[in-house]
Ligand binder design. Sequence first.
Ligand code: AMP
Length: 237
Amino acid sequence: MLHGHACVDTGRVQPSPHILFLGPPASGKGTHAKRLARELGVPHVAAGDLLRQAVTLGTEAGVRAGAYMQAGTLVPDGVVARLLVERLRAHDAQRGFVLDGFPRTVEQAKVLEEHLGRRCLDVILVLDVDAQELVERVAGRRSCPQGHVFHITHNPPRVADVCDYDGERLVQRPDDTEAVVRQRLAVYEQQTSPLAGFYERSCRIEMIDAAGTPDEVYARVRSAAYRVLEEHADDPR
Ligand code: AMP
């Protein structure tokens, strides 16, 4: 069931979907990945959330990751890959997953390939949005400690600075300042966008126009994802 806007009719879909979201910071990866995962009944596995959790808990991975995250650069591949593979081995991820923010380098993509064995990703959804708009989006982004994300004008909470879902105080992420976002955009261009080329031959890639309201963009995300998953319904890959 789709919440909040007109439904696209869907038939049978691939039973254990493996979906990856790619896109620059603030392109809406987290919001749409979370929503699609909920609709498909599979876990949303977000590298940034796992890393922030590790930092808060002060685990070994968190201690190693913190400074890179604050600077807007990538955490070393080994640290991230270990954390993600461990998460993907968990029971709930065996029925499929929506990946968000991992892999971010070709090296990480190779680790994921090894983990998946012969099974490949069903579809890569690439969120495409203008860099200047991203900087503006990030400046207004607010999130709660549980990872619920709002925007002060495009997606405001019901009560200013308070999370709609858990009542916690909304704050600006320390890496959501303009200077750090410009750094994160540069990192995306240099290290993450080459992934589309890496996956071009083996995976289905769908470009999504990510300009517009969250509901408009989600409708595009959803119809692209379902189109591919319906094609794969009788073809467990
Ligand atoms: P995100 O929440 O996806 O925007 O990620 C926030 C920060 O976490 C990034 O700017 C990186 O410092 C770090 N990070 C998240 N995912 C990865 C990854 N796959 N590889 C390396 N660093 C990552």
